[in-house]
Structures are given as C-alpha cells and as structure tokens.
Design a binder for this molecule. Structure first.
Ligand SMILES: [Fe+2]
Length: 412
C-alpha cells in the first residue's frame, strides 16, 4: 500500500483555535520548512501499525531536524515512552490491539506534558474532534502524502500552547509557595503578638497585686481557682481563655483608686465605699476597647455581681451575669476567706465551704457552687501551695495564659 499523505489539521479545517496564531503563516508551500519554535531538537514518537507510514513520516520529519522514534502499536509506544524522553506523539487512530484513543488516555494520564496528535481517516473526523475533547492537542487527516509543513505547524502550535500551560502552572505553583511562605510568616508574627499580649497581661496582673499588697498572690489564685471550676463544669472550653483573663485582670480598675481608700486599714465610709466600687466600671472601661479582651471585660465588669441582684455596679441577677463572672464570684469568696488579712488569720477551708453552700442560689450560682463543693480540698491545697511557693508576688505567667489556648480535659 502506498504511503498516505497527511493533509490538514483541525484548525485549518474547522477553525478550532489552538491558542497560537503566530505559527500559522497562511499560504505555505509543501517544501518550505517551517522553523520549529523549540531551540532544541524536537523528539516525536510516531505510532502506526503500517510500517510504510512510520517510515515516510520519520523520514520527512527528519529532514526538518526532528528526531523520531517509531512504534507499531499502542503497547509498543508505551514501552518506548518509558525509556525515551519525547516531546510529542503522533498516533494513528485505528490500530490492532490498543486503539489510538486508548493510547491517548494512557499518555494523558502518565505523560500529561506530551503533545498528542491523532491521525484519522477522512471518515473519522468526528472521532478526531472527540480525541481533542479527550485531551489530544490536534488531529491530522490521512490518506495522502505526508506534508511536513502541516505537521510541523501543528506541532509548533501544540508545543507553544503546552509551554504556556506549563508557564501558567509554574507561576501558579510559585504563587502557592509564596502564599504558603507568607502565611507561615503571618502566623509566626501573630504568635509573637500573642506572646507580647500575654507578657503585657502578666505584668498588668502583677501590677494589680503589687498595688493591693494585703492580697498578695490573689490574682493568680483566683485565676487558677476559676480555671479549675470551669474545667470541672465542662462545656466552657471556648470560654476558658476569657474566664482566665477576666479572673486575672478582675481588679485592674483598682489602679485608679487612691491609696488613701485602697490601703485604708479601717472600715470605709459610705462615700469611700462608693468610690471603691467604681473599680468594676473603671476596669471594664479600660479593657473593653481591646478586641481580644472584650469578653474578659464583661467578666471584669460583673465580677462583683451576685445572683440575687445584691451585687454591684448594675445589680444583675443570675441569668444576666456572664458565666465567667459567676465562677469568679465563688473563686474570689473562697480565696478571700482562706487568705490572711491584716485584721484576721485565714479561715479554714471548711468554713469557706459552709459559707458558699449557704449562699448557693442567693449570692452564688447554684451550679457553680455545687461544682466547687465537689472539688476536694487536696486540689485547692495544691493550687495554694503552688502560688505561695513562688517568690514574691505570684502571678500568672505568659506560658500559663498560652496553655489556656490549648484544649483542656473537662473531666479533670
Ligand atoms: Fe474587685
């Protein structure tokens, strides 16, 4: 059978746009060489079950500095691709064994960077179009004499499109790397800001304790007591950091109260008491504008509220008081009673338990009081020992605060 000529490409026949118009120079003569866009030698695998077609195609392309490998079947083509680096595959559609369409599917899967051109008969044009839909870069029609210019022009267009796709892919990949790197830098910056916040809070809490020296270590103890109660209550994992911050900074408003009132050894007058009670509002006003402390500010505002409405500054009742403030109220009472005061020694745990039990449902939230009463003395002793063993004023450290951002075991 005489060699068959490949006459035209999909673009020339149907106006299918391959994305590159520069390689199509319009009127061409069969013998005019079309320079390849590649600066290196193009490597093409020709797959056809007819030896004469393979031979003629390879000979014609070789004249244009194209290195060709040949394969008589789809199966052989896959073996060639395993051992040879190629730029393009030109495959016959109908072959014994693996068809051109089956070869196309395998090549697209295993060698997506390869240009694949399907060679069809005149009666198979629809199949050629279908091949393009399934990933072929172009199709060529036989049977006639091989026209190298048409084949080369089509190869050039397809390779150009492939290069553009590769450049886009490289750019996208590079962009992803840049985004990933910058995201990592941003996370690290946020971590540093968070650490700075926590160190600032640590100093603030210490300043509160230093100012109100008779209650040394109070902030740290109520901070730890509140967390203990919240953990046993459960369901407050997302609130834990706010509860901790609220407990830690609850008396920040006292920084604005004069020493004459704050450190007065005797009982306060009504006017002095009214001034002293302003510390809840002052603390709230100080902290509420800091976005990451906004919820803690609500606890600061309400830390002297009591469930029966007898507290201050707003006289809130049970359901109006934030959970963190209700927890704090029990922790604060417990610490106040079990700590030394200038006018009395610390009271036993048992006494404070009785007071909190009596106040449950009136001053204290009954659920919080119940949880507190079911925590053993050894737990409270351990927390007290930890705080009193610290040098000077015990206060929460940045690492204590950061640890609260991690998941906790509510059953502890
Ligand atoms: Fe207070």
């Amino acid at each position: 059978m005489p060699p068959r000529k490949i006459t035209s490409t999909a673009e020339e026949r149907g106006g299918i746009d391959t994305g590159d118009q520069s390689a199509d120079s319009g009127c061409r003569l069969a013998n005019d060489p079309i320079p390849l866009a590649h600066s290196v030698t193009l490597r093409v695998l020709i797959v056809d079950d007819e030896a004469s077609v393979r031979k003629v195609m390879a000979a014609v392309l070789a004249q244009h500095n194209v290195t060709c490998e040949t394969a008589a079947s789809g199966e052989e083509a896959l073996r060639v691709l395993e051992t040879h680096r190629m730029d393009a595959v030109i495959s016959d559609l109908q072959m014994p064994g693996m068809s051109g369409m089956e070869l196309l599917a395998q090549v697209k899967q295993s060698y997506p960077h390869l240009v694949f051109m399907m060679v069809t008969g005149v009666d198979d044009i629809r199949v050629g179009i279908q091949a393009m839909r399934q990933g072929a870069d172009d199709y060529l029609v036989k049977p006639l004499q091989v026209d190298a210019n048409i084949v080369l022009a089509s190869l050039n267009r397809a390779l150009h499109v492939k290069r553009l796709e590769q450049e886009v892919e490289n750019y996208r990949h590079h962009l992803e790397e840049i985004v990933a790197e910058q995201t990592q830098q941003l996370r690290e910056a946020l971590r540093q800001i968070e650490r700075s916040y926590d160190h600032t809070l640590e100093v603030l809490g210490a300043a509160i304790d230093l100012r109100d020296s008779p209650t040394a270590g109070h902030s740290r103890r109520v901070f730890l007591y509140s967390i203990e109660i919240a953990k046993v209550m459960g369901g407050l994992e997302k609130e834990m950091r706010n509860i901790a911050m609220g407990a830690w900074l609850h008396d920040i408003g006292k920084l604005a109260i004069s020493d004459a009132i704050l450190l007065k050894p005797g009982p306060l007058t009504d006017e002095e008491r009214e001034i002293m009670q302003r510390h809840a509002q002052i603390g709230y006003d100080l902290v509420k504008g800091i976005s990451f402390l906004a919820d803690a500010a609500e606890i600061i505002f309400a830390h002297h509220e009591r469930c029966d409405g007898s507290g201050y500054p707003r006289g809130l009742k049970t359901e109006e008081i934030p959970a963190g403030a209700k927890i704090f109220a029990v922790a604060d009472t417990f610490d106040a009673m079990t700590s030394d005061r200038p006018y009395r020694r610390a009271l036993p745990f048992e006494t404070s338990r009785e007071v909190i039990e009596r106040g449950a449902g009136k001053l204290y939230d009954p659920q919080v009081a119940n949880v507190f009463l079911n925590i053993r003395d050894e737990t409270w002793e351990a927390i007290r020992s930890e705080t009193t063993s610290m040098q000077g004023f015990g206060f929460a450290t940045a690492s204590d605060i950061q640890a609260l951002s991690k998941p906790v075991n509510p059953g502890r």
